[in-house]
Ligand binder design. Sequence first.
Ligand code: GAL
Length: 413
Amino acid sequence: MNKTLIILSLLAATSYTQAGEVEVLHWWTSGGEAKSAAVLKSKVEEQGHSWKDFAVAGGGGESAMTVLKTRAVSGNPPSAAQIKGHDIQEWGNLGFLTSLDDVAKAEKWENNLPGVVTKVMKHEGRFVAVPVNVHRVNWLWANPEVLKAAGVSVPKTMDEFFASAEKIKAAGYIPLAHGGQPWQDATVFEAVALDVLGSADYNKAFVDLDMDVLQGSKMVEVFEKFQKIRDYIDSNSPGRDWNAATSMVINGDAAMQIMGDWAKGEFAAAGKMPGKDYICAPSPGTDGQFTFNIDSFAFFKLKNAENEKAQKALAKTILTKDFQEVFNLNKGSIPVRLDMDMTKFDSCALDSMATFKSSADSGDLVPSMAHGLSTTSYVQGAIYDVVTDFFNDPSAKADEAVKKLAKAVKAAI
Ligand code: GAL
């Protein structure tokens, strides 16, 4: 063998021993989401590892979590799975997760992430999950042409919302694009709750699970306003996916959607420009408030050393500046690192970043209940049931709903 051949075969052997496979479970299957997931895939593959996609469709991730449980229980978990908030602790308590402290130390994660985020990513003091982004949930997306045709402007309060919705309906458009799925119902419900309760009582209700607030008079008002929204969605909404609802705003069939900023990923994937083709505004009555939803991947204990290396490479990649920029530009979220250059980001993202920071100081930064950041999946599920049953029953009574809510939450604690 000549010298070059020896070097080549040595190189091949090295890259062979370093190459592993990462199997990654996620629910990013809409246009904007799939583009974002593809960024992560290519960054991992660039490093010589292979990516086994484990995508389970279904916004909000309920189906993905069910599939994950089956796989983990049968002793065959993926390398990493999209797991958020309190669920990370649950998986950690069951002994499934691996420590990423070596990567965290080498990459100085502690220095670059907000404390509120690192707390969620650790189990018993060790990093077991990596945050990907920060999504703001309390957004209103609007089609300016439709608003113009109806002679209304972007509603700043719930009263304005109802007045505008009435006019939009009269002009022959669907006022609010909505997908009738429990997590989407809960997303709209929590936006109304944030406005009516205010940040402090929102936290009391959905973080502290305070029974007085859960069944108080303000919560009755939340359900009343939430119920009124039904008058402004179309009859085809049951079962509709969230991205199909976003398309209705993009196409001008509907005027508005209340949804987290993953919706922006759909506008971006359709080549639409903020401020021109669509408007992003705080959901009515929640200016200055920020409901956060942090996507993260939790990492499972593996048996294969090569796959472990690939797994660590994935963990490291997620928090690199390069990945944070491209991924979040596609996803509609903002980077989770505090030291990012934001010049490539649009006005919605800059707004989100500014409000993320200011709301942390003013006490208006609150975790999303609908997206699993404020409480356990058990309590979240109990709230979903009450909210969805209520929304789907035209004769439901708000004062009875709050009693059901308190009872369901109590049973799930
Ligand atoms: C959320 C998730 C977002 C977005 C959305 C719709 O729970 O955090 O990243 O993908 O579901 O699928």
